[in-house]
Design a protein around this ligand. Structure first.
Ligand code: SF4
Length: 378
């Protein structure tokens, strides 16, 4: 069995480690490129959301590279994700690919069910080996998130931005190759040391919260590298979605970490009291949470036609006004261009800087949650 999976940010690093720990041969799809997207766009239904198209392109490239088994997460709820795996499987079969698809369903609050599914994936693997594989993969993931946190802090403050970005890229490669916890710890501390040595500028820093659909938030290719672009504009981004938290809440049912889910639901309640699928409720709740923490602004991102994010966007109009936080919505599809996104980000950060300066100076612009506070569009 040569197993593959779709890309989503740096998820391939711990996932590869997990599957290798289960004694499986892994074919990581090539990094997402224009070809990946072109393949997905060519064979997926036009109205499908961007993650389905990119994922389909990932599978085709991985099958071309020798994979014979696809691992995909299942889902439910009032959006299309629950059908992704089936639709992609049928498209690939129609194209003549011969493969096996394994759909990992989120357990109904029974962790043992998920552990059983993971163990089933393994090749003659004992229960203890399976547990150790999960723990090592989790360790890699937590280390990646710790390094990313430093990167997101350093990038906007550094005057050597390219170097900060290079250290981050190298860290990803080295953690991928690491074979022990000690090696991982060493890589993370070297990266932090290198970032701390970079020269810093003294210009003001904006704090922006990033919310929205999980794939678009986590996969830089799908969001035109929005975090990097904002960092280059001296804006520190707090990513509202972390893979560890997402896995903890959705696959491990809160058994691994203290979940923030309840707090986010409480924040959302005055504006949205029920689930609308995907990350719609979390988008509203985390935006309110960012406003309470005094962030300068929030950017909501999602794939064009993403139903839960469209619902959330309509509610963010009220949130922006009542919580006094400027929000901007950006949708992405195969026609999104980097220049257009960069222009929008420049305009938004410029508006936030002027608003911040006006608030510091005590000007009447203090009530900046006015009509102009919410910009939206795709
Ligand atoms: S959450 Fe949005 S992008 Fe994801 S499957 Fe649902 S509609 Fe598509």
């Amino acid at each position: 069995m040569k197993i593959t999976f779709p890309h989503m940010g740096f998820m391939h690093i711990p996932l590869k480690s997990l599957l290798q720990g289960l004694h499986r041969e892994v074919v990581v799809p090539p990094p997402i490129s224009e070809r990946t997207l072109a393949l997905g766009v060519k064979y997926a239904p036009e109205f499908a959301c961007l993650p389905l198209k990119i994922g389909l392109g990932n599978y085709i490239e991985a099958l071309e590279a020798g994979a014979d088994t696809i691992l995909m997460a299942g889902g439910w709820g009032p959006c299309r994700f629950g059908y992704y795996a089936q639709v992609q499987r049928d498209i690939l079969r129609d194209l003549g690919y011969d493969f096996h698809m394994v759909i990992l369903e989120a357990p109904d609050s029974r962790l043992s069910q998920l552990l059983h599914q993971l163990k089933q994936l393994g090749e003659k693997v004992s229960f203890m080996e399976a547990i150790e594989a999960i723990r090592f993969a989790w360790y890699k993931l937590a280390a990646l998130e710790k390094a990313e946190e430093h990167y997101l802090y350093v990038l906007p403050r550094s005057s050597e931005k390219e170097e900060a970005e290079r250290i981050w890229e190298d860290t990803l490669v080295h953690i991928d190759q690491a074979q022990s916890r000690k090696a991982i710890d060493g890589i993370v501390s070297s990266a932090i040391k290198a970032w701390n040595c970079l020269e810093q500028h003294s210009q003001p820093i904006l704090r922006i919260g990033l919310v929205g659909e999980v794939y678009t938030v986590l996969e830089p290719y799908s969001n035109q590298h929005i975090i990097r672009s904002l960092g280059r504009l001296n804006a520190e981004v707090t990513n509202s979605i972390k893979l560890t938290e997402w896995l903890n809440d959705h696959l491990f049912k809160g058994h691994l970490l203290k979940s923030r889910q309840e707090h986010i639901v409480d924040c959302a309640r005055p504006y949205l009291a029920s689930r609308v699928g995907g990350h719609g409720l979390e988008t509203v709740g985390t935006t309110v949470d960012f406003a309470h923490q005094g962030y300068d602004g929030v950017i909501q991102i999602g794939p064009l036609t993403c139903m839960p994010e469209i619902v959330a966007q309509s509610i963010l109009l009220r949130v922006a006004k009542e919580e006094q936080i400027p929000c901007m919505t950006l949708y992405f599809d195969e026609h999104s261009a980097n220049a257009g996104i960069t222009t929008r980000l420049e305009a938004f950060t410029d508006m936030l800087r002027r608003r911040k300066a006006a608030r510091v100076n005590g000007s009447s612009l203090q009530r900046g949650g006015s009509k102009s506070a919410l910009l939206s569009g795709g």
